[in-house]
Each structure stands twice: as structure tokens, then as C-alpha cells.
Design a protein around this ligand. Sequence first.
Ligand SMILES: *Cc1c(COP(=O)(O)O)cnc(C)c1O
Length: 455
Amino acid sequence: MNARFSNPQTQQWQAMSRDHHLAPFSDYQQLSDAGPRIIVRGDGVYVWDSEGNQILDGMAGLWCAAIGYGRHELADAASAQMKELPFYNTFFMTAHPPVLELARTLAEIAPAGLNQVFFTGSGSEGNDTMLRMVRHYWAIKGQPEKKVIIGRVNGYHGSTLAGASLGGMRGMHDQGGLIPDIVHIPQPYWYGEGGDMSPDAFGIWAAEQLEQKILEIGVDKVAAFIAEPIQGAGGVIIPPESYWPKVREILARYDILFVADEVICGFGRTGEWFGSDYYGNSPDLMTIAKGLTSGYIPMGGLLVSDKVAAVLKQGGDFNHGFTYSGHPVAAAVALENIRILREEEIIERVREQTGPYLQQRLRELLDHPLVGEVRGLGMLGAIELVKDKASRGRYVGKGAGMICRGHCFNNGLVMRAVGDTMIIAPPLVISEVEIDELVSKARLCLDLTLQDLQG
Ligand SMILES: *Cc1c(COP(=O)(O)O)cnc(C)c1O
């Protein structure tokens, strides 16, 4: 049992974990040996562990808790809906008020032209739905051979078979098999892969890989291109400014569908309702989850454009759906979450005040010897840990990111490590004082990490 955890209750929970719990994305031997940290409570931007430590949650759970923890209005909305109608399906010509109100509300806030919603239980299910719907769409149009979907290396689209196949994570592709007819192009990760090119030249190059791939496969075989506006799990990769305009230009040239995976960027993370709004993109389909309910209850969905919906209406039955598609309790919670985001003008505050403040304070860390780049937008940030700033050389084989993540947790801050990139995505409601705390804790942990790396 890990010495960091001394409370007997913690040790009981860790034993339960060791004996019975297979957690997501974990090394089970390591998890058994070290034991998980047990999180017992949350309020605002903070969580508390079973040892009584207060921790500033720089990852909003897992990109979820947009409105922060402890908003009882969401619990009350769930409770009221559970008493009224805890469950009914939306299959076979039925519906219920919460799912319809939520569909209409999403059409109000979504980019123009996205007016229809297919609900799911998660982001992965949203992308599974997308894959089946897009291929169905082309079949209805008499082009069933248009079924290849182009994703990006190091993109993340979830963990179901379709999600893992659409995503570009090598470690996931190596386990459990893949769905055919999904291909990947390079990511627009300038700091990691741009070499001597300027960011803008690299952005153009990365966008041109899309056109090359379309031509290589043949436009008569390509169904869709899927991308996150900003890659989240891949390491908060902000594409160079030249990237999205060039991608838009290429997409306009060829008859393929554009899918924005907004599971992280959606619901205010960039300071706009959707990442597509920030970049001026007009996707045909948009996957949502996470911030939709602030993670208080599972729910995802796929927003569908009028253009796609009109074709689907000519296609007879769409033989697809989940028992919990549009679950009434989840829909009631999502509606309450969106009401709070709107009425408290949380996204406006991210755009105009706290987002710029976070970005300015984070960039002060650039003077630290370990920091090669700081990038971010709104309530997203990334810090690149390097050994040599000029060459962007890393501490090879040292696990600098994991060392830093450990120091953060032990000093009351959650930052996630993606390789040697530290990433943050705090609740959107974080205040300026709390941002100060986040940045000063981050600096302390960078110091401790540097000591370990040099020691
Ligand atoms: C988290 C995530 C998903 C998967 O959502 P789940 O609810 O975990 O299935 C898909 N796409 C992106 C961009 C994500 O960050």
C-alpha cells in the first residue's frame, strides 16, 4: 500500500480497487501496486481526496465540469425529472418533453444549419452514430462506395470500436482490432513536428495532407473528414492560424462531409459555444458530450445539418439507436446546465475576462528553464517540458510529464501529462484568484520536476 495514503478508510478503498476494479486506461499491475487516489467530494473548482487534501482541479474532471462542482440546481433537475418520468425510450414513434426541449435548445446555440440532434449516452457513441449515419447517407444518395472516413494521427474520438478506429492513437489501434476504411493524416502539431517550418507554413502543409489523401483514395470513395477543432487528449494541440482556412478551402472543393468532434471544445471551452464558432468552420455533423451536462450525468449526441437530415428523411428506417438515447433525466440535467451557462454568462466571461487572464498568466511560465512552449485558448492550455529550449529537445526516457503530474497531485493541483506535455482545462467558472493559485502551483511543480530531472 502506498505510503502517501495513510487513512485506514483510503486503504480499504484501495483494497477494493485492487481486488475488483478494472479502471479505464490503466496499467492494472501499477494500479494494484500503487492504489488509486480516492476522490470523495467536489465544490466549485476544487475536489477533495479521502486523505482530506483539497485539490484544484485543472482538468475539470475529464474536460467535463464546465460549471464546476456542487451545483445543486442540476441535482434538483434530476430529482424532479426522476419523480415525474424517470425513463422512457425514444424509439418507435415516442418522445418525451425533456428530450424535445433539449433538441430545440441545442439547435438554438449550435452553429447555423445544425438543427437536428441524435442523442447518445457518450461521445464515443456519438461518433459511432456518425460513422453509421454518414455511410447510410451516401448509400441513400446512391453512392454506397463512398465510405472511407479520414481522421488524424493523435486525434481522439472515444474508445468504442468506432471511436478507437476514427481516433489516431497508436496504443489504441494496437489492441482489439479496427474498423476497415478509416485512414489518418498527420496532425497540425507545429511544436512537436513542425521542424524548421514557420507555424503558418506547417499549418498549410498539414492541411494539404487532407487533399493528398482525398486524391490518393479517390473522392468517389471518401465519405467524411473528422477532426477536433483543437485536439484535446492528444495534448491540447492548437493548429496554426493557417490550418482551418486551408482545410475549409479543400473541403469546399470535394464532395465529402465535415465532422467536428466538439466533445471537448463544445459548451464554451474556447470562449465560444463551439470550437467551430471560434474558427468559423461550418461542419455538417458535430459530436457533443462532456460539457453538455458538465459531466453530472452521462449524455452525448450528434448534431446533424439540415442538408444531411433532408437526405436521411428519404432513406426509410435508420436502424440505429441506444436504449438511453435522449434519456429524460440526462436531458433535464443538460437543460439546467445550459440554462446556467447562458444566464450566468459563463462563456462570455471566459471569452472576455478569465480566458485571456489564464493565457497571460500561463505564458509567464515561459521563463522557466523546463518550459519550451506555452499555448492555449480560452480555458485550454498546454506546457511543453523540454531539456533544451532552442532545439526543443526532450528529457528522453525520464518520464518528465509523469513526474510533473505526480508533483502536481501531491501539491494540490490536477494537471494531466500527455507524454512531456502538461495540459490543463479547468472548470469554466474558475476565478482570477483561483487562476493565480493554479499558476503558482504549476510553477512550484515545475521547480520540483526540474530538481528530480537534474538530481
Ligand atoms: C472524451 C472524448 C470522446 C469520447 O467521449 P466518451 O464520453 O468518453 O465516450 C470523443 N471525442 C473527444 C474529442 C473526446 O475528448
